[in-house]
Design a protein around this ligand. Sequence first.
Ligand code: GAR
Length: 205
Amino acid sequence: MLASGTGSTLRAVIEAAREESYGARVVGVITDVADAGALDIARSEGIPTAVVRLADFEDRDQWDAAIARTLATFDPELVLLAGFMRILGAPVLERFGGRILNTHPALLPAYPGAHGVRDALAGGAKITGCTVILVDAGVDTGPIVAQAAIEVLDDDNEDTLHARIKEVERGLVARTLGRLAREGWTVTGRSVRIGAAIPTTEESS
Ligand code: GAR
């Protein structure tokens, strides 16, 4: 799992994974921020951690390569970006592409980028929400796996709205990750279906 922030999403997945039937567990946490709350949560759970800060590398490519190398040491089946606030480059996508999930605090394709909550408010949205996507090379452009809607209240500010989104988002991420791990998934064009592939007419006849 990769995280830059407080780690409430990480905590939700850890809690869900306490159920034996969940089908997944967190094998490692990487942050790009040395004092990210996610690190404390992982350490207190005995989960291996690594800090890979962009500032410690000569350029973005070297940082990307270090993220890919560090991820590989954890040998994950799925990679979750849980509040990871940087774009991943080719070294990570080449190695883990197709099995990287991101969670975003807006109803994609509306309001992508680093300020999904702020932008939804500024855009006058009455409904926003959260989206789990499979990561591709773009910014929040990958195929949508799951979404949940949240009403924007007249007196909402960025903090109150984000807090309500996160309450729903934590559950959505934990449920979705568990289902993907247990049931697998197929991608057809931009459509993601959780579970075994449905046979086509020719295959089933
Ligand atoms: C979540 O709302 C997530 O959607 C958002 O950061 C928060 C992480 O919270 N991610 C992005 O905005 C990515 N563009 P957390 O640190 O408490 O898990």
